[in-house]
Design a protein around this ligand. Structure first.
Ligand SMILES: C[S@@+](CC[C@H](N)C(=O)[O-])C[C@H]1O[C@@H](n2cnc3c(N)ncnc32)[C@H](O)[C@@H]1O
Length: 245
């Protein structure tokens, strides 16, 4: 399984860049994908699939997210875990997953299932989450995230995923840097975002951990003042190809 995003489905698009972000990722993915039918694992609200110029079938474990995806993609969405796909062997010419692998417990199982449904020679692209470049706000935030993530930190980095994918029969073709996301944000704005518990990392945090780890950081962010910081977030594309055998 992974983390079900239903609880944030209503606010997901407004909090994560919506259709505009979908268009950006679709444009980044397209040059690496073959023509034909594509699979999106963790389709969410469908913003990326809706911007692709070829047919996409999307799966997700979250009924709440799929409700929005259905409005964008019609019947081309299925509720399913990426580790047990309801499709026959070799039926997709390619596919992708955007901001999903950090949430998936059994990454090896997901890769082996993706390999099964890809046609021989088919391509699958993983886009990992956006990570901030060092800046004044990151200096305040980073120690908290390191502590909260523990050994989950870096779960979707290519150096961790590549050996799992290779073992499942998906060969690494390329690791590429995506176009960075840039935005101006102030300390109090970052604090508000955390307080709204927009990030999945905060969803199951109990009150004691919140008080111990998060509240001091909220205080530092607010004390930082309204000076906007030009933040830059980076992601990568891991391009995999199904071996013929
Ligand atoms: C951060 S959202 C990204 C959604 C979409 N790819 C996007 O870029 O907007 C992660 C999505 O992956 C889904 N997910 C997590 N684990 C999954 C799994 N094992 N199989 C299918 N979907 C999964 C979540 O429910 C959520 O909708």
């Amino acid at each position: 399984m992974g983390i079900d995003f239903s609880r944030i489905a209503d606010r997901y698009d407004e909090s994560r860049g919506g259709s505009e972000r979908g268009q950006r990722f679709a444009a980044e993915l397209a040059p690496h994908l073959p023509p034909g039918l594509l699979l999106e694992v963790g389709v969410g609200t469908g913003v990326v699939a809706a911007a692709m110029r070829q047919p996409v079938i999307g799966v997700d474990i979250a009924a709440g997210m799929l409700k929005s995806a259905r409005q964008r993609l019609g019947a081309r969405v299925v509720r399913s875990d990426g580790r047990g796909l309801p499709f026959r062997d070799g039926c997709f010419s390619g596919g992708y997953a955007v901001w999903v692998l950090h949430l998936v417990e059994d990454q090896a199982g997901l890769f082996s299932e993706v390999r099964r449904v890809l046609a021989p020679g088919g391509t699958f692209v993983i886009v990992n989450i956006n990570r901030p470049a060092p800046d004044d706000l990151d200096a305040i935030l980073k120690p908290m995230y390191v502590e909260l993530l523990g050994d989950r930190d870096g779960r979707d980095l290519p150096e961790r995923l590549a050996p799992l994918a290779e073992a499942a029969g998906l060969q690494v073709k390329d690791v590429l840097a995506g176009e960075p996301f840039r935005r101006e944000v102030s300390g109090p704005e970052e604090a508000d975002r955390i307080e709204r518990r927009e990030g999945a990392i905060f969803w199951d945090l109990d009150q004691d951990r919140w008080r111990e780890l998060v509240e001091p950081v909220l205080g530092r962010l607010r004390a930082f003042g309204d000076r906007p910081v030009a933040r830059e977030h980076h992601h990568q594309l891991l391009v995999l190809e199904r071996r013929s055998r």
